[in-house]
Design a protein around this ligand. Structure first.
Ligand SMILES: Nc1ncnc2c1ncn2[C@@H]1O[C@H](COP(=O)(O)OP(=O)(O)OP(=O)(O)O)[C@@H](O)[C@H]1O
Ligand SMILES: [Mg+2]
Length: 253
């Protein structure tokens, strides 16, 4: 089943003579349960694409549907409810609230919904066990490592069983060991819980955890790779090769 569909997505920044077309008629389809990586040079529009798909930003023209909901047709109030109930977000800088404990941070998406206390406790137990952070629930963000912060942020994104999780450079601030731990967890949760994930990354190792990788260049999808039956090392090599082709005009990998 196609869970996300984008047709002729265009995004133009600026006004009058000073405009920049960052996304040029992008068509994209994501199927339920995919783990899609988005790569491309700095400034190629990765964050912009993720933000319009996730309804954080508006398209200039084009159509985006998630779970058969047309985002452009929704009013702001309905859209924010939709975001809260169906989407999860993981950002490079974690976006945790410092005055709340790890557990309270993870609880946030549930506190506005109709989840009962015991149901919420069950969900938190399950997701924190999957992410290996069940021992730090009563700590505050300033008492845990970057890797633990990002796994907390991932738990918060996943606890409400979203249709799609959007992650923008989730490993960008992590050392390679913490990055691998987070990505293995995301890969496992993607496979076991069939959660659809879209992740922007400039790191080929991170991208090799995905089931498909899209390459953006000059506002268009330049190429895509499927992992298929390949193992992570083989897929990594293939991603590196595609980047090599792109590096002709200054790929920043
Ligand atoms: N709010 C904005 N107003 C004007 N221009 C913007 C805005 N956001 C992004 N841009 C421009 O759009 C282009 C794409 O930016 P974007 O942040 O999507 O790139 P990116 O691929 O995520 O880059 P990076 O790898 O550095 O994060 C850039 O040239 C940027 O300057
Ligand atoms: Mg970016």
């Amino acid at each position: 089943m196609v869970i996300l569909r984008g047709r002729k997505i265009k995004k133009v920044f600026g006004k009058k003579s000073n405009t920049q077309e960052v996304l040029k008629d992008i068509d994209i389809e994501v199927r339920e349960g995919e783990f899609v990586g988005i790569m491309g040079p700095s400034g190629s529009g990765k964050t912009t694409l993720l933000n319009v798909l996730a309804s954080i930003d508006k398209v200039t023209s084009g159509i985006i549907e998630i779970n058969n909901n047309n985002l452009q047709k929704m009013k702001e109030q309905k859209l924010s409810k939709f975001r809260r109930e169906q989407l999860g977000f993981i950002f490079q800088d974690y976006n945790l609230l410092d005055t709340l404990t790890v557990k309270e941070n993870i609880y946030l998406p549930l506190s506005v919904g109709k989840t009962s206390k015991s149901e919420g406790e069950d969900k938190i137990r399950e997701i924190t066990a999957l992410l290996g952070i069940e021992d730090i629930l009563n700590k505050y963000p300033n008492e845990i490592s970057g890797g633990q912060k990002q796994r907390t942020s991932a738990a918060r994104a996943l606890v409400g069983n979203p249709s799609i999780v959007f992650a923008d450079e989730p490993t960008g601030a992590l050392d390679s060991k913490s990055a691998t731990a987070l990505l293995s967890n995301l890969e496992k949760i993607n496979k076991e819980k069939k959660v659809t994930i879209m992740m922007v990354t400039h790191d080929s190792v991170a991208a090799s955890f995905c089931s498909r990788v899209l390459f953006l260049k000059d506002g268009q999808i330049y190429s895509e790779l499927y992992k298929g039956d390949k193992d992570r090392k083989q897929f990594f090599q293939e991603i590196m090769n595609t980047q090599g082709v792109l590096s002709g005009d200054g790929y920043d990998a």
